[in-house]
Design a protein around this ligand. Structure first.
Ligand code: PRX
Length: 637
């Protein structure tokens, strides 16, 4: 076992940033091994890095052995056993909140891990977690990691169909869920959704149900067990399974430009090192701070910056069960004051939604504990940036606009608290260890500033995705085949005169609705499930709150139903196939779609119409049927 040193990876000034950045480029292995040494490894690595972007194959801390939960929990017990690890704020402000110390969280994770074992789960088995934002969700995630089971958390807003697809792809052996859930004024029958999903899933042997709402639910004999019954039968201690640095830690499904979501795979060692390092530096967390990320654990932000990053640093992290506007649009700010939140991390879409309700809700609270504000998930427009800065941060808090992806595991481009440049709508500079570049159409690197291009990464970082579950070729084709020897992000970006990056948005067929990613093909597949639909094409368009909205062009079969009924039915089909977050914002029925002679839909044209710029359609002469464009433009008006 190697000696653990105090956090040597904290960056404390811009000068420090520059020195560390240079070090990370000149000697990446030395840079990362210094950081990795501050963690608890059961066995040290033989080699820091092996990589080949052609295959692709990336291995960090080769042959190192560890368990991430020993680093999140055990190693803090001596010095932080009584420190609050997790604060839970329920949906209903009148319900009791919960606070767990590091010792209590450790105990709960151990017991939950023993329940998993008792129900037949072991190292390498996949466990699907479909739950509301309650402390048991964090406990369940860590319990999987404790015994080396691979967690696959599915956002509890996905439909039973979407859940089943993810369970089947991962061949999950167990599902962990709850009876029901509260979210704002809504109540959701979570267990019933799981039951529906499981009608299609052969791999699942056990379902562990955590009590949240105390509703009566159907329990299948031999398959379903209550957590509170099971925990009566297990011991308090569960030894941490020894994991190889490159063993799977989790799968998280995300949308790509094809119809099927893909299971992004992260492994133990590199993910641990990178999420801890990036959390500490981006948020400039100090020992007694209270940190709050409003994301859901169902997304990567929740994995990396509610659970792993904060706990690895011994931080106090919050979980919020509700929504920003319930019971009123002052909820975020009321909660910030209630707990004295120091770092607050949310999505631009939430900021825009609250902006629409006016400043009075903000000014009802002092917010004087805030030190750093963060955003994630989509570009933040300047208006929202200034509103956040002036009304929430009182112009005293740096805004860290963090650019990253499910695939990158952690924040890649961002200010580091006040220690590197903050510019509205700019993510800023790359973290030390991250080597971005802009490429032109031909795949050549653009060296100059004040240029725009495709955003790629030239060198691996510890939390880069390793594969897409069960389909490595898909990983290669999606991220490593467009341009030679780089990781392709799918985003376009601009670099300003000082080298700060501004993310423009996706350059593939992915749209970002309220910070949630959808492949246009995925929504089209859902729409096409409706019996009345012949064909559809989906594009994104600018939406004042959601960032992008979903615009669906649909060709119908002959039907006697009214247009309004059909609109409703198709929306319902999307809810059923994916979930309420995938409802189209606009549906336009058309008689044809603009296609090239080879049958490819010209989305560029559909996008321009959706964006309200029909005068900028460009060349339509190569279309099979140019008349259809005229009809579409008229219909949109
Ligand atoms: O287009 C970028 C956008 O969100 C995409 C990644 O989505 P996802 O994997 O769901 O992860 C979201 C949370 C990390 C990116 O390809 N994106 C993310 N952060 C930003 C952003 N766009 C602009 N600015 C950001 N800060």
């Amino acid at each position: 076992m190697i000696e653990r040193k105090p956090l040597p990876y904290r960056i404390r000034s811009f000068e420090d940033y520059q020195t560390k950045y240079a070090h990370s480029v000149n000697d990446p292995e030395g840079f990362w091994s210094d950081i990795a040494e501050s963690f608890h490894w059961q066995q040290k690595w033989d080699k820091v890095l092996e990589w080949d972007f052609e295959k692709p194959e990336v291995k960090w801390f080769v042959n190192g052995k560890l368990n991430i939960t020993e680093n999140c929990l055990d190693r803090h017990l001596e010095t932080r056993g009584n420190k609050i690890a997790l604060i839970w704020e329920p949906n209903d402000p009148k319900e009791r909140f919960e606070r767990l110390t590091y010792r209590e969280l450790y105990n709960r994770v151990n017991r939950f891990a023993n329940v998993l074992k008792r129900n037949g789960v072991g190292k390498g088995d996949r466990v699907c977690i479909y739950m509301p934002m309650i402390p048991d969700l964090t406990v369940a995630v860590l319990a999987c990691a404790r015994i080396g089971a691979v967690h696959s958390v599915v956002f509890a807003g996905f439909s039973s169909h979407a859940l089943a697809d993810r369970i089947i792809d991962a061949k999950a052996k167990m599902v962990i869920t709850s009876d029901g859930m509260y979210r704002g004024a809504k109540e959701l029958p979570v267990k019933r959704i799981v039951d529906e999903a499981l009608e299609r899933c052969d791999s699942v042997e056990k379902v562990v149900v955590v009590e949240r709402t105390r509703w009566a639910v159907n329990m299948v004999d031999g398959r379903d067990v209550w957590y509170h019954d099971e925990v009566e039968h297990v011991g308090d201690d569960c030894p941490a399974e020894q994991m190889d640095s490159e063993d799977l830690l989790f799968i998280l499904y995300t949308s790509g430009s094809t119809g099927r979501p893909k299971g992004v795979v992260h492994t133990c060692g590199g993910y641990m090192v990178y999420t801890a390092y990036s959390f500490l530096n981006v948020f400039q967390y100090e020992e007694s701070d209270v940190y709050w990320c409003t994301a859901d654990v169902g997304w990567i932000t929740g994995h990396s910056y509610i659970i792993y990053g904060p706990l690895l640093n011994g931080a106090t992290t919050m979980m919020f069960e509700g929504v920003p506007t319930y019971p009123d649009p002052g909820r975020f700010w009321q909660v910030c004051d209630k707990y004295g939140v120091n770092q607050f991390y949310t999505a631009p879409t939430a900021i825009r939604a609250l902006m629409a309700h006016g400043e009075d809700h903000v000014y009802s609270y002092s917010l004087n504990s805030l030190k750093v504000l963060g955003t994630v998930g989509e570009p933040i427009n300047e208006e929202a940036w200034h509103w956040y800065n002036i009304h929430v941060g009182k112009e005293q808090c740096p805004i860290v606009d963090t650019w990253w992806q499910t695939e990158t595991g952690g924040i890649m481009i961002s200010a580091l608290g006040p220690h590197s440049p903050n510019k509205p709508s700019h993510a800023g500079l790359p973290l030390p260890g991250i080597q971005p570049a802009l490429l032109n159409e031909k795949g050549e690197e653009i060296e100059e500033n004040e240029q725009e291009g495709y955003l790629v990464m030239k060198f691996p970082w510890p939390s880069i995705l390793r594969t897409t579950y069960g389909d490595h070729e898909r990983c290669r084709v999606t991220y490593f085949s467009h341009y030679k020897n780089v990781y392709f992000t799918g985003d376009g970006a601009k670099r300003d005169k000082d080298g700060l990056y501004r993310i423009i948005g996706r350059v593939d067929d992915v749209i970002n609705v309220s910070g949630h990613r959808f492949g246009t093909a995925e929504i089209e597949n859902a729409i096409n499930q409706n019996d009345n639909v012949v064909e559809s094409a989906v594009v994104g368009y600018p939406h004042h709150i959601k960032g992008q909205g979903i615009y669906a062009y649909i060709i119908l079969k002959d039907s006697t139903d009214t247009i309004e009924n059909l609109r409703g039915e198709i929306t319902e089909t999307c809810v059923k196939e994916i979930g309420p977050i995938a409802k189209p914002d606009k549906i336009q029925f058309v008689s044809g779609l603009p296609k090239t002679r080879s049958g490819k839909i010209m989305r560029r044209i559909l996008r321009k119409v959706a964006e309200g710029e029909p005068d900028k359609l460009g060349d339509t002469s190569t279309l099979l049927d140019p008349d259809v464009v005229e009809e579409i433009v008229k219909g949109a008006q």
